[in-house]
Design a protein around this ligand. Structure first.
Ligand code: HEM
Length: 288
């Protein structure tokens, strides 16, 4: 017998020897599959599962609704929504994306707060430390920065979508007004955050911005009706923003508190009203 014939003979022998064991393997695998398939039922029958989810597990329309209603997070959503409302080409998902960006900003902002001191002597150095020395500091700072830019854009686009689909019309006119307030707060968040790096760019940008507040009607010392109200450069909108006559340490602290606490809290509260109102106005508006 040649060497080649010998090898092919060995191969045939191995294959014939393996054959009897394959039905055994198939039985083991079938049993394993049956066990795995039973796991979801076994889990949903436990006392722990039943204490959390107080409804059946079968995929029925009633259980699907109860699943949403009984869950503290999911119940914020309606149990039923129109088909058009989940179409990205109708909503552009810009409201949802704005909210997601807001959440990212809150998370990364809180991380940045651990390392940043809103004091003239430290603010700039803390930003340098965050950027160059702190592990993941650059990532956190840039995520905060880019999410802020993206949120300004997404809120404008959301407003454009609401306008184009005529969703500002009754009964949604009140939610439009809440939206305008949210847009203003988003812009104010950007403006107050701009001062915090405490570098030349931020100081002079805020100097220009707050100078414009001088011309506010009624509230600015150089604005229309200033004499009528009696506002002076010492007590006007600009002085209120600066906490003094020029951009200084008082302004930094003021902008920090506005940026990290005051404006996010009001924006968060208004978002709750905005979302609640969408539900009360009959869900997302239909196509024109
Ligand atoms: C922080 C800013 C904002 C957030 C997080 C937000 C979030 C949302 C979300 C999640 C929706 C559901 C539908 C969708 O995603 O398009 C929505 C709907 C709506 N938003 Fe906003 N929004 C904001 C700003 C605004 C602005 C600036 C306006 C207009 C001035 C506005 C007016 C409305 C109206 C009228 C609806 C109902 C739309 C419909 O029924 O089709 N919102 N918003």
């Amino acid at each position: 017998m040649s060497a080649q014939e010998n090898r092919s003979h060995e191969e045939t022998t191995v294959t014939t020897e393996e054959q009897p064991s394959s039905p055994k393997l198939i039985t083991i695998l079938t049993n394993l599959k049956a066990h795995i398939q039973k796991i979801p039922t076994q889990v949903t029958e436990t006392q722990v599962w039943k204490s959390i989810f107080r409804h059946g597990y079968e995929d029925t329309p009633r259980n699907r609704m109860l699943m949403i209603l009984d869950n503290v997070w999911l119940h914020l959503h309606p149990t039923r929504i129109g088909r058009h409302a989940v179409k990205v080409r109708f909503t552009w998902c810009m409201g949802g994306i704005s909210f997601l960006l807001f959440l990212i900003l809150v998370f990364t902002g809180v991380i940045l707060m651990f390392y940043y001191r809103p004091v003239g002597e430290y603010a700039y150095l803390d930003i340098k430390f965050l950027k160059f020395d702190m592990p993941f500091g650059m990532l956190m700072r840039n995520m905060h920065r880019w999410a802020a830019h993206a949120m300004v854009l997404s809120v404008w686009l959301h407003m454009l979508r609401v306008f184009l689909t005529g969703s500002y019309k009754p009964p949604r006119e009140f939610n439009w007004v809440i939206g305008v307030l949210l847009l203003t707060l988003t812009l104010l968040l950007s403006f107050t955050g701009y001062l915090l790096p405490w570098d030349q760019l931020s100081i002079w940008a805020v100097t220009v911005g707050t100078n414009m507040a001088r011309a506010t009607p009624l509230l600015g010392s150089e604005g229309p009706f200033a004499e009528l109200v009696g506002v002076t450069p010492r007590y006007d909108a600009r002085a209120f923003l600066l906490g003094g006559r020029i951009v200084g340490s008082a302004t930094l602290l003021r902008f920090y508190v506005l940026h990290c606490i005051f404006i996010p809290l009001i924006a968060g509260a208004l978002m709750i009203v905005h979302f609640w109102r969408i539900r009360k106005d009959g869900g997302i508006s239909g196509p024109l």
